[in-house]
Design a protein around this ligand. Sequence first.
Ligand code: GLU
Length: 386
Amino acid sequence: MSMGIGMSRFAEFAKRMGEVKPSATFKYDAAAKKPGVINLTIGRPGFDTPEVIKNAAKRALDEGKVHYTPSKGIPELREAIAAKLERENHIGGIDPDNIVVSGGAKQIIYCIIMALADRGDVVAIQNPTWVSYEAQIRLANADVDWLSLKPEEGFIPGDSFMQDLEETRAKLLILNSPGNPTGAVFPERRIKEIMDVCSRRGITVISDEVYEKLIYDGRHYSPARDYENVITVNAFSKAYSMTGWRIGYCACTNREVMEKVDIIHQQSLSCCTSFAQYGALAAFTEEAEEATRRMREELRVRRDYVMKRMGEFELEVICKKPGGAFYIFPYFRNMDDYELADRWLRKGVAVIPGSAFGSQGAGCIRLSYGSADMRALSEAFDRIME
Ligand code: GLU
């Protein structure tokens, strides 16, 4: 090959690339995929998707349902979602046209942020919180405001969180209960107090409820039940073990907001995968619910086991029993979480350092028990304790 061929220069990266890092959950998951390593990094249920859902998707493929769907999603799925929101979440009056189905909760939240947040706007998020909220806010050139959660309060919003909320300039707040990375289930009373402040201060709330069906103690409360300034986000990923299907949705009583969200969704994805939508429709069956109940019971057993083993540490640890999701997020006093995660990795157990989830995660470790069975968890703790 003569000099110069194939050596043309690539365009410079967009400035926004200086603002975002790779997803820590995916980064640590990829690094954990080594023989012999027990992977407690990425947050996913390791169960199979219920048969009834898989069969519905297969049938859709066989019936040739392989084309674009309406951008907001097939009408029968949006009708089923509206009925579910009314039945389970007591959110009445959602017109199916006020629902947008997209490629997972992640994609939906991105569309909402792109539709509502501008350069100079502030979006408030919990600290610690799931890794992608911050990245998505920065991709919109907006600023992040962090509202502190504390290990000694079980990462349930306390006085300092409420104080931060009173003082924020945010126009949007992302609320996540049960929470990632903490598993904390916020009590209804506290969510209402948060919502009262947001209503008074004109803050719109994005309520990410993807872990609502994985609650072991306490009850889920959807703020859209009583408040209008809420966009409810949910997905099939965690509730029905469908993380690879990439299907989630949002709903809100404000048609104009949903139309704008749909524009971003149309212009970036067109519509969610057709046969995944037909599969998701079968999630609203008794068979699928029964599979979710079984999964929740198994996860509860794992959570209780993990909490029991946490008691064996000689280090000073704060780890309140989380009420939901499939994470524990212990705080190790005077420890560097990156060093601790490295040390455990050398022993063959992969976890995510808490700092990846915000400054309040410093000294913490996120351990996901969603995809590790009891044998793997027992072996993981034996290795860590060695
Ligand atoms: N939400 C999961 C986690 O925190 C899945 C990975 C991701 O999308 O970040 O691990």
